[in-house]
Design a protein around this ligand. Structure first.
Ligand code: NAP
Length: 364
């Protein structure tokens, strides 16, 4: 991890400009707008009166809008794989960069994610050659705190110097490497990135929550085995559309690290009890639930069980998440959130409740 991080942290270009951009006429370059979070970030930018233009760097166009210019790019390639003049145009007017694209895959090695590390470095170089000194937001993940089990404090909103905390999971490792490079950039150049470590995102306020994610899979599998796990502790999950609005606000933050969670956590039992009563299945201790899922796999044979009980794909994740301390429910790390006070959107955010659960269930 450290070798890769150092490899991409040398010879940063000298910034072309220290000109502070006008915050009332924002031109934002966004990566990953075709994804779940990115599409909500794009929507939040489209509805921001202070944003006059958006460059969306993607493999595909997602909508037509006079405010958006889609660039079909390869982030990891020289000049993003564009003609020089196409690449040059945004360097003239971009005032903020939001780097959100990533490969979200639990079973992938750091080496396979190197193109995204290279892409992050290319975006840094792009930013340093802009005519105005752009703001820079990076969507990192709370997953970089994977190995903090047993620690007796909430993880700080600060640079994580020890790569061992993120080691053992390619996705988290890659986010750590990207954060290291951004920390080095901040030390040695005028670019001052805001690293937003995002926690668990739920469906939007309309209930749309991708059925392939772990919690929808957990509910689906629980229906199959006729048990739901009874989990103590709290969750700080945040609706994806609200998180996107907050992330867009954070481009003006002076904080280097922000933990994007729900500022008002809720007991996991509020959520699980509502699912249990709606689906008419009992809550049982977590260990009993894991045993039931594993037993189904043994009885039905792996191929059939994977189809019928998809959470088997995530059994290893659940095993490791269950046996933790000083963590939120499902083993999510406990994180400091002082810097969230910067967000107007999050200031009055309602607590998650049964109404949200009802919307997720009807979407699934
Ligand atoms: N969802 C969560 O709960 C959560 C939690 C913490 C952090 N995050 C972070 O939020 C960001 C967005 O996540 P998401 O949930 O929206 O994931 P997603 O739905 O899988 O979207 C990923 C986006 O990244 C793009 N992308 C993937 N590989 C790429 C590559 N090699 N080069 C360029 N673009 C690439 C995808 O474009 P194509 O569609 O063209 O491949 C897509 O637009 C990620 O940085 C993720 O780490 C998400």
């Amino acid at each position: 991890m450290l070798d890769m991080a150092r490899q991409y942290s040398t010879d940063f270009p000298v910034a072309e400009s220290t000109l502070v951009p006008d915050s009332s006429k924002e031109v934002v370059l966004l990566t990953g707008s075709t994804g779940a979070f990115g599409s909500y970030i794009l929507d939040a930018l489209l509805h921001s009166d202070d944003v006059v233009k958006i460059y969306a760097i993607n493999h595909a166009n997602v909508l037509t809008s006079p405010k958006v210019i889609f660039l079909d790019c390869d982030l990891s390639a020289n000049l993003f794989g564009l003609d020089y003049w196409v690449y040059h145009e945004p360097t003239e007017d971009v005032t903020s960069v939001i780097h959100n694209a990533w490969r979200v895959d639990s079973n992938i090695s750091l080496a396979s994610l190197e193109p995204l590390i290279r892409g992050t470095r290319r975006l840094i170089d792009f930013s340093l050659t802009c005519r105005m000194a752009p703001r820079f937001v990076f969507t990192s993940s709370a997953g970089i705190f994977r190995n903090t089990q047993g620690s007796s404090y909430a993880a700080a909103e600060a640079f994580l110097a020890d790569p061992a905390i993120s080691a053992g999971w390619g996705y988290g490792e890659s986010k750590w490497v990207a954060e290291y490079i951004l920390e080095e950039v901040a030390k040695s150049t005028t670019l001052k990135p805001v690293v937003v470590r995002t926690g668990q995102l739920t469906g939007g306020t309309n209930g749309a929550w991708n059925v392939k994610e772990w919690f929808p899979l957990l509910v689906k599998s629980s229906e199959d085995v006729k048990y739901l796990p009874d989990i103590p502790d709290c969750v700080s999950w945040i609706p994806i559309d609200i998180a996107a609005k907050a992330l867009v606000e954070f481009r003006f933050s002076k904080c280097r690290y922000i933990h994007l969670l729900h500022p008002r956590h809720v007991a996991a039992s509020v959520i699980l009890q509502r699912v249990a009563s709606t689906l008419s299945i009992p809550l049982v201790p977590y260990s009993q639930w894991i045993d039931a899922i594993s037993q189904t796999a043994l009885e039905e044979g792996s191929d059939h069980a994977v189809t019928k009980t998809p959470v088997l794909w995530l059994l290893e994740f659940f095993h490791s998440q269950g046996a933790t301390s000083n963590r939120e429910a499902f083993g999510f790390p406990s994180l400091q959130t002082t810097n969230l006070e910067q967000s107007v959107t999050l200031g009055n955010l309602y607590q998650l409740g049964v109404g949200d659960v009802d919307k997720w269930l009807s979407y699934w």
